[in-house]
Design a protein around this ligand. Structure first.
Ligand SMILES: [Zn+2]
Length: 465
């Protein structure tokens, strides 16, 4: 960690000064909120935050007038390729298993070009919505499709986004009692070898890394227990994180009891995944005893409120119980064919609304949602203190959210509550590693129109009969 410095100790101009904010919500260890505050970034890291009147000299100044400044929001669960089949009519009202079996044959058409285009679109959409770091869970690797994850990383690099792609996998097809068709599954050895190759090629363990890889067998009903076990061993050896879906639907309880004779979380534990190396998506249906066990392991949860309301079987994830039990809880938008939209502002708002629906208005405020989307998500990714806070030594990832115009008229007393209750709101500026990825609401990377046109062509091909 960079040593904390006061502005008077900054003798060189900083690279970027974000100043003039209505409020800077640092979400740091003291949860400091600084009216009129500023953030100074050099070499991609925050060097100081402070109150008005103490701003250091800067090479570049980004004005945040009228804005709430927060750490960049962090997305802990997504399937970006699914934006090629958004709101796909034959699947929109299916339950989870029906929805999946309708879409698997379309997704079997994924290739490097469509993976690149979907990543470009998905990451750009997230950036405009105030996300600075995202995971992706790409678990469809059709035969001869090429190196899909390297294609995604190319898009992230072009856009300047911090990216944690996970090497997803499916190995249990219909003929072996699983859900997906043969065309989209691979055998265990092929999956493990490719996982190791991707880690060696792309994973950066250093402080401030822009790309990290995690390993992510898809779900209990699409991979073998052996693959789960061997993936956990490989992750330990390579020192990378583990991710999967867990307890997303009541049907999964039935499947696990019939197939393995145990509940989903017991299965998860039996294959060696009950560790703080793992974070799981959804986790709507654990019982109280299972919540406590997850807390003792330190296994994280990617809470995906919109997706859960769309397709999660009618339950509400016990977020407050998780947090009370010491389970790290982050935020996820989930795949673009279940949520269909990828705005972490919306996910934060929906997390707040679902928390209040479940436990009443005193249970969950905007600060809880902001904390889940920043510190909680960083903990899921094993990057506490590095991501998700604005403090000296943390990465220079932040968002300036405009609190202006019709939707914010009269919201004068609490900029953080206003941010999530009023709106909708998108980022005015999104900064990653000290570089604006979105400036004045527009992507700074060129090529949006061209990418959108090519994405439409790829989506038409995927959706064709
Ligand atoms: Zn998912």
């Amino acid at each position: 960690m960079t040593e904390a410095r006061t502005p008077s100790a900054i003798d060189e101009p900083v690279d970027l000064l974000v100043s003039g904010a209505v409020l800077v919500a640092t979400v740091d260890d003291e949860r400091r909120e600084i009216p009129g505050g500023w953030v100074a970034i050099t070499d991609g890291f925050v060097v100081a935050v402070g109150p008005p009147g103490e701003e250091p000299e800067a090479t570049e100044v980004l004005r945040a007038d009228g804005c709430l400044v927060t750490p960049g929001l962090i997305n802990t669960h997504h399937h970006i390729y699914q934006n090629l089949t958004r709101a796909y009519r034959p699947a929109v009202n299916g339950d989870l298993f029906t929805w999946l079996t309708t879409l698997y044959p379309k997704w079997s058409r994924l290739d490097e070009e469509s993976a690149y285009l979907s990543a470009w679109v998905g990451l750009a959409e997230l950036a405009v919505g105030g996300c600075t770091t995202t995971t992706d869970h790409l678990y469809v690797h059709p035969h001869h499709a090429g190196d899909l994850i390297t294609a995604e990383i190319a898009a992230a690099t072009e856009l300047g986004m911090r990216f944690h792609p996970t090497r997803g996998s499916m190995s249990l097809s219909e003929k072996d009692g699983g859900l997906p068709p043969d065309s989209v599954v691979q055998d265990d050895d092929e999956i493990l070898a490719d996982s190791e190759r991707l880690v060696k090629q792309h994973h950066d363990p250093s402080h401030g890394a822009m790309v990290r890889i995690a390993l992510a067998p898809c779900s209990p009903f699409s991979v073998t227990p052996e693959l789960m076990r061997e993936t956990a061993v490989l992750a330990e050896r390579l020192d990378v994180r583990l991710h999967t879906h867990l307890a997303e639907d009541p049907d999964e309880d039935v499947y696990c009891l019939e197939t393995f004779g145990v509940r989903p979380l017991e299965h998860f534990e039996s294959v060696g995944w009950g560790t703080d190396r793992a974070w799981v998506a959804h986790c709507i249906y654990p019982n109280p005893e299972e919540v406590a066990r997850m807390g003792s392991w330190g296994t994280g949860v990617a809470h995906c409120p919109s997706s859960n309301m769309m397709i999660g079987g009618g339950g509400i994830a016990p977020v407050a119980d998780f947090r009370a039990a010491g389970v790290p809880v982050g935020l996820g938008c989930d795949g673009s064919a279940s949520t269909d939209s990828a705005s972490l502002w919306m996910e934060a708002r929906n997390a707040m609304l679902l928390g209040r629906l479940r436990l009443g208005p005193a249970s969950t405020g905007a600060r809880d949602a902001l904390e889940i989307a920043t510190r909680g998500s960083a903990a899921c990714l094993g990057r506490e203190g590095e991501l998700g806070v604005l403090a000296p030594g943390s990465v220079g990832d932040l968002v300036c959210w405009p609190l202006e115009g019709l939707a914010f008229a009269g919201a004068l007393s609490d900029p953080i509550e206003a941010w999530l209750r009023c709106g909708p709101v998108a980022a005015r500026h999104t900064v990653v590693a000290g570089r604006p990825v979105v400036r004045d609401g527009e992507l700074t990377a060129p090529g949006l129109e061209d990418v959108l046109a090519r994405h439409t062509t790829a989506a038409l091909a995927m959706q064709a009969d």
